[in-house]
Design a protein around this ligand. Structure first.
Ligand code: XMP
Ligand code: MG
Length: 183
């Protein structure tokens, strides 16, 4: 596939890079206030959350540590299986740490629900969630996310780290994937 074919695979652009940047700055100010005087460890789930992690971490004007974990629940499908597997675990010990999970998207919420329980069992001092995107109409479990960038419609979206079959992660904004790509 040629690079110029990317745009024909995308329908509506839901969020531009500028909108994402502005929203992450607002969230960063809240995080700075909420965690004042406390250590902060950002934990992101690969690979989808790498862009959010990179931009949010750099927006924060304070010390932070970052760590990554890889879990698998999707494969090439566009629907959550609810089955989660640790592909790469964290390097750091979470006990006594203020942990903020940085996620790309809360769709069914099944992955995050599992992740939250898993990290909670490691005795952090606190555990919260920051997700760039959330699909309220797709939620299957209640996820208490302290910071949410945008609520979006229940369409499969790509870009800004989000993929379909490992493609489109490098698209700068977030767009709805055209149905011809997966049907
Ligand atoms: P759940 O449904 O468990 O989502 O909340 C788990 C992971 O699936 C990916 N995901 C998506 N990826 N477009 C994507 O490119 C989407 O619309 C989408 N919905 C879910 C994502 O990695 C999420 O963390
Ligand atoms: Mg994915």
């Amino acid at each position: 596939m040629l690079p110029e074919d990317i745009s024909s695979d995308l329908d509506t652009v839901l969020l531009t890079e500028e909108q994402i940047t502005a929203r992450l700055a607002e969230i960063a100010r809240k995080i700075e206030a909420d965690y004042e005087g406390r250590d902060l460890l950002l934990v992101a789930v690969l690979k989808g959350a790498v862009m959010v992690m990179a931009d949010l971490a750099r927006e924060l004007e304070r010390h932070v540590e970052i760590d990554f974990m890889a879990v698998s629940s999707y494969g090439k499908s566009t629907h959550s299986s609810g089955v989660v597997r640790i592909v790469k675990d964290l390097d750091v010990d979470l006990s006594g740490r203020n942990v903020l999970i940085v996620e790309d998207i809360i769709d069914s919420g099944l992955t995050l629900d599992w992740l939250r329980r898993n990290l909670q069992s490691r005795n952090p001092a606190s555990l919260e969630v920051c997700a760039l995107l959330r699909k309220p109409d797709a939620l299957k479990v209640d996820i208490d996310a302290k910071y949410v960038g945008f609520d979006i419609p229940n369409d499969f979206v790509v870009g800004y780290g989000l993929d379909y079959a490992e493609r489109y992660r490098n698209v700068r904004g977030v767009a709805v994937l055209a149905p011809h790509v997966y049907s």
